[in-house]
Design a protein around this ligand. Structure first.
Ligand SMILES: Cc1cc2nc3c(=O)[nH]c(=O)nc-3n(C[C@H](O)[C@H](O)[C@H](O)COP(=O)(O)O)c2cc1C
Length: 324
């Protein structure tokens, strides 16, 4: 798959995951074969108002490229201005120029939707299209959009939305095959993703429930999508990208051993502490590290200890007890 000149050989994309897919997560995913990364969602309004903490969320390194910076917002002037500041170097002290700007039109969280942001935009296609067209005018980067199947079961309008966004200049559409009302329940509807693929000429990325090579193959074959985006399947399991790369290349894949899993969790912890400072990283790391170990015998009691941890060294000591 290609998004303008960005080459994504196997179409393997890491999804945006607020509170999870930070720099450490993305570096590790890329190491394991993710070919395109998306940042956690960032408020366009916060960038425009000069919020001090927001640029930190936009930081990334060369080792995370190609990376799309994801913005959310409901005002075309804010989203386009935030995209301009990111892409013309105005935030250069903190933020490099990403490979693309992605706009979030799928977030189901009540606070976001009640502001008319995220998946609320699926109920206002003209406004969604205006956000995209203004942003396309403001930047020299591909502008992509992440949407859901629709707002609810009665309004699965992703194909119509995708057509309007394509006409507004979007360079790629990623579709999570659930409606906003479903949140994360039920199953992703692959038929809607296929209908989006048929409705537009730009690349379409399928998203939802890819936890295995078999599921990835089904996503490609049943929707005709150009690429796939993986979110929960990569949490504590960056090997999913190795597995999928091997699968599509017809190579064998060997899952990690317990010691490799623990070693990777420790490395993830090290990177989080390097990027964020230990005191900020530790509370977030408790959750991130738990994803790695949940299938390892003895994980339940270790999780209890991790939840009380206040230092990296203590967390590592606790993790070490899981090795064999
Ligand atoms: C913890 C969490 C955070 C998420 N944050 C974002 C986000 O910032 N932006 C976004 O577009 N989607 C976000 N999503 C949605 C995912 O990118 C993805 O669309 C969804 O999880 C379905 O894919 P999956 O079945 O592979 O998990 C988030 C999902 C989860 C579980």
């Amino acid at each position: 798959m290609k998004i303008h000149s960005i080459n994504i050989p196997h179409g393997l994309c890491l999804a945006p995951l607020a509170g999870v897919s930070d720099r450490a997560f993305r570096v590790i995913s890329k190491d394991h074969g993710a070919e395109y990364m998306c940042s956690e969602m960032v408020s366009a309004a916060a960038i425009c108002y000069g919020d001090k903490k927001t640029p930190k969320l936009c930081e990334f390194g060369d080792d995370e490229m190609p990376l799309a910076l994801q913005l959310f917002g409901s005002r075309p002037d804010f989203v386009s201005e935030a995209a301009r500041r990111i892409s013309d170097g105005s935030l250069a002290d903190y933020v490099k120029i990403p490979a693309a700007i992605d706009i979030n039109m799928g977030c189901p969280v009540r606070k976001i939707v009640s502001n008319g942001e995220g998946s609320a935009l699926m109920r206002d296609i003209p406004l969604a299209a205006k956000i995209v067209s203004e942003t396309v005018k403001a930047v020299n980067l591909p502008v992509t959009v992440k949407i859901r199947a629709g707002f609810d079961e009665e309004n699965k309008n992703a194909p119509e939305m995708a057509k309007a966004l394509e006409a507004a200049g979007a360079a790629m559409i990623c579709v999570h095959g659930r409606t906003r009302s479903q949140m994360y329940s039920g199953k992703a509807d692959l038929k809607v993703i296929a209908a989006v693929k048929n409705a537009v000429k730009i690349p379409v990325v399928g998203n939802g429930d890819i936890f295995s090579a078999e599921a990835a193959k089904t996503m490609f074959s049943e929707t005709g999508c150009d690429g796939i985006m993986i979110a929960r399947g990569a949490m504590g399991n960056p090997w999913i990208f190795d597995e999928l790369t091997a699968f599509f290349d017809g190579e064998p894949y060997t899952p990690p051993t317990i010691n490799e899993i623990v070693g990777q969790a420790m490395y993830h912890l090290d990177l989080m502490c390097e990027f964020k400072d230990e005191q900020f990283a530790i509370p977030e790391a408790r959750k991130i590290i738990s994803y790695y170990i949940h299938d390892i015998p003895g994980a339940a009691s270790v999780r209890g200890l991790l939840n009380q941890a206040t230092s990296k060294d203590f967390m590592k000591e606790v993790l070490y007890t899981l090795t064999i």
